[in-house]
Design a protein around this ligand. Sequence first.
Ligand code: AMP
Length: 474
Amino acid sequence: MTSFQDFGLADPISRALKEENYHTPTPIQAQTIPIALTGRDVVGIAQTGTGKTAAFALPILHRILESRIRPQPKSCRVLVLSPTRELSGQILDSFTAYGRHIRLTSALAIGGVPMGRQVRSVMQGVEVMVATPGRLLDLVQSNGLKLNQVEFLVLDEADRMLDMGFINDIRKVVAKLPIRRQTLFFSATMPKDIAELAESMLRDPARVAVTPVASTADRITQRIIQVDFAAKPAVLAQLLKQEPVDRALVFTRTKHGADKVVKVLAKAGIEANAIHGNKSQNHRERVLAAFRSGEIRTLVATDIAARGIDVDGISHVVNFDLPNVPETYVHRIGRTARAGAEGVAISLIAGAEEMGYLRDIERLIRIALPREDRRTPGHRDAAPAPAQHRGGRPGTRVHAGRSHEPAPSAKGPRRHRRGGGNNAQQPNRHEAPRPAQQAGKSQAGHSEGIQGVAFLHRESRPNNQPNRNHRPQR
Ligand code: AMP
């Protein structure tokens, strides 16, 4: 499938796609749309950034046009469940954009805002309802919405929904839906519990998968900088000044950490804003809009707040703290290099605990990441924590369900030896070339890295070399 024309989508939808400048379907769209158009259930492994929203929205819009009926009061024909408010808003925006020529009726049901308006918005009935599970149940329980007219159910980012504790809410919602419906189920990863959930909700689904989560990093240059714990803020500020940043998304593990980073950056003359669960919905929307428009170039976020952010043009993701769940690292860096662009992901790591998290991540992505050591010599003796003492999930769990990939070696990527400590990136002992040796050479391409996984190695600038692309922060 090389063009959207090949799908035979209804004319008003095709027109909207042209206006959106969508010409070529992405792989998940090419796989999903023809199947979903036949009415079959689909279970898809795809993460945000692959174009999966259109993969489910376009066939659904086509099908509701095929049998256009007026929705009954307080009901919807299409129900999309997503884990976060931001993602829900973005999904609704996509439906509205693709459905701009069909006078689509739609509504959003998300927490954090008063329910009254949401109740009113579905009073007459809508074609598409996008919701987070908790608020949806509130609406149903207060008799604001009936689910017995749902013909299409989409469950988006199922793995994240489970992580966020929505499993019971999802089961309650599904129990209220008609058995005869089409269900499209998407998840970035497919561990056992997600596969079981899918099994319980889908009938004879077609399975589609694109770019498994463990190998999404092709267009992302990943770097690790070992720092002293106390030096993290200073190194972050320095990076944001030196790197050619268009938009940077900085991740912290805690809300408090996010606020602290914003303050430290302000002192260094870098304007940044934070979004996290303690901020009001209004604040989050304002900040996101400013980030999207380029008014703010540095956004500091916690994982949950950042989950639904769909902003093209994020040139840099910086992990101020490394996450203890390795998949979270993959989700984080997937915020950059969207829509075919390239991106840079830099992680600051300090101490044995984060070194352990790094090993979990390297085992998951099967890449030994190039490291740069900026620790002061006196601090270099902290031994990495042994794998079994860490909070991260064990490697076997990480790979559950990804049968299309070879299992990683029990050892995972080998531990890097510290020693020289002269600011050079540490060599790793795999076949992958050593970044330190490539500095200065113009080289960017794939070679076979660890266990046959493509290893994208790009040249990295030596520390003492000025960055000609430097663009000062606004
Ligand atoms: P998603 O994975 O659905 O969040 O989509 C990621 C981004 O890619 C969004 O900004 C979409 O508007 C964009 N996008 C999706 N499909 C296409 C396509 N076929 N051509 C160009 N852009 C697309």
